[in-house]
Design a protein around this ligand. Structure first.
Ligand code: SIN
Length: 275
């Protein structure tokens, strides 16, 4: 990771404007041309993402699918989701679209693809078509949710695991649950985060079903509290990026049957989430 002073010099010299999205996480960034960013620029964006967990990089309307992929590949290998619609020609670029014939998906809180052994570390969405109003994505800091717990609750959760599966995409995936720790350590920042989500987490194998459900319901409510949230309001050409290891998110389907289309690339973790 680049030294903050070097990053700050770079951001100043390039006139890059950064504004926090909330007191919990997230920042809006203006003045970055994603398709033509040199290595110093990449290091600066990397450093900002580690600091804020979520970035809305505005003003990149011309970014093509090929350039979006190239930007993703600078961060690591790309996830092939396998169950969601993709754009023509690329099995690793999802087409997240809704409109008169297709209702919005991703409405509930989730961390992308936590039902795979190696889930994405970073996801990015490029705004292609936006409704006249609404259609934001909301994010929630799992660092803050963890850090706010009592020491007793942290000690209780530390040794536990949770099973996740992707039954929402294919019912057969019920038979292929994966197990991740409930508390993970971010491999780059060293901070701890909660890693359960209502979308894909199913049970805590260390407990019988009723107890598991009670613990998970407490965690789902806690880890999506408004105090840990920030919201991205898309503009034409906004690229949102977030760190799935410490953030969960949901799409807000508040735009009726208007068209909304975003293209998504997800970069895989280098290793399984761990404590
Ligand atoms: C997603 O979960 O990747 C999509 C979020 C969105 O449509 O805002």
């Amino acid at each position: 990771m680049a030294e903050p002073a070097v990053v700050n010099d770079y951001l100043k010299s390039e006139n890059i404007d950064i504004r926090p999205l909330s007191g919990a996480l997230g920042a809006e960034v203006r003045g970055v041309d994603i398709a033509n960013l040199d290595n110093d620029g990449f290091a600066a964006i990397h450093s900002l993402l580690m600091e804020y967990s979520v970035l809305a990089i505005h003003d990149n309307p011309g970014l093509t699918d090929s350039q979006l992929r190239d930007w993703g590949l600078r961060w690591g290998s790309l996830d092939v989701h396998g169950y969601s619609p993709t754009v023509k020609g690329y099995d690793d670029v999802l087409n997240i679209s809704s409109g008169p014939k297709r209702r919005a998906s991703a409405e509930g809180w989730h961390s992308d693809v936590s039902w795979k052994e190696i889930p994405p570390k970073i996801s990015m969405l490029h705004a292609r078509k936006l409704p006249s109003v609404g259609g934001d994505t909301i994010y929630c800091s799992q660092y803050k949710a963890y850090e706010d717990l009592s020491e007793n609750m942290k000690d209780f959760l530390e040794p536990l695991h949770a099973q996740h599966d992707g039954r929402n995409f294919d019912i057969d995936l019920i038979r292929k649950p994966v197990t991740h720790p409930i508390v993970i350590t971010h491999p780059e920042t060293g901070r701890k985060a909660l890693y359960v989500n209502r979308g894909f987490t199913r049970r805590i194998p260390e407990f019988p079903p009723m107890e598991s459900t009670a613990i998970l319901n407490f965690l789902y409510d806690h880890c999506t509290r408004e105090r840990y949230q920030a919201r991205i309001r898309y503009e034409s050409g906004t690229l949102s990026m977030w760190d799935n290891r410490c953030v969960q998110h949901c799409a807000v389907p508040d735009y009726g049957y208007e068209v909304r289309e975003l293209h998504r690339v997800a970069v895989l973790c280098d290793e399984r989430p761990s404590q």
